[in-house]
Design a protein around this ligand. Sequence first.
Ligand SMILES: N[C@@H](CCC(=O)N[C@@H](CS)C(=O)NCC(=O)O)C(=O)O
Length: 200
Amino acid sequence: MKWILWQVQKSQFYLYFILSGGALLFQQIPMVEIDGMKLVQTPAILQYIAAKYNLYGKDLKERALIDMYVGGTTDLMNPIMLYPFIAPELQEAHLNKIRQLAHNRYFPVYEKILREHGNMYLVGKWFTWADVHLLEAILMVEEKFADLMADFPLLRDFKARISEIPTIKAFLQPGSQRKPVPDEKYVETVRRVLQLHHVT
Ligand SMILES: N[C@@H](CCC(=O)N[C@@H](CS)C(=O)NCC(=O)O)C(=O)O
């Protein structure tokens, strides 16, 4: 009991410490410290990192396509991330909704893009962060519905190919920094720190 109280106090103290230090511009996470900046707002963070490492297309048109495709995968991943925080009586309906979105709306679009673009990657000739985002969306959907990829052969090939890129391969190994599927402890910590209760 003492240990639990200490953990609660520690996480609240830490959050208070970060908040009072002004590191979180809008009092929200995520925040990434990079190149002397404290970046917040997920798209700004990801776009900065993508541009820094040449993963953001070769011109404005490629960037627009990357933004569109990342927008789609973000809209698919958001309800998956929210799932553990949904009120228990609504979880089944929420899960069905995710399956519908993946199977009927988003995955057919990415399958078509890969077919029509005729390239290994979603945009242009090179690997971009739209590919990274799509791979993560596929993995997240598979973690919920192992059978769903059966209808999307090009997405299955895409996943196999991208997973073999050495840096990505390393990131997918157990024990890497990739976030595991949320367990009870994670859910409880997020609820406590963000004072987030059931989402309805
Ligand atoms: N637009 C922001 C939203 C960030 C956000 O909603 N963060 C949540 C945690 S996932 C948060 O810090 N909530 C606490 C609050 O808003 O007070 C982004 O894209 O990063």
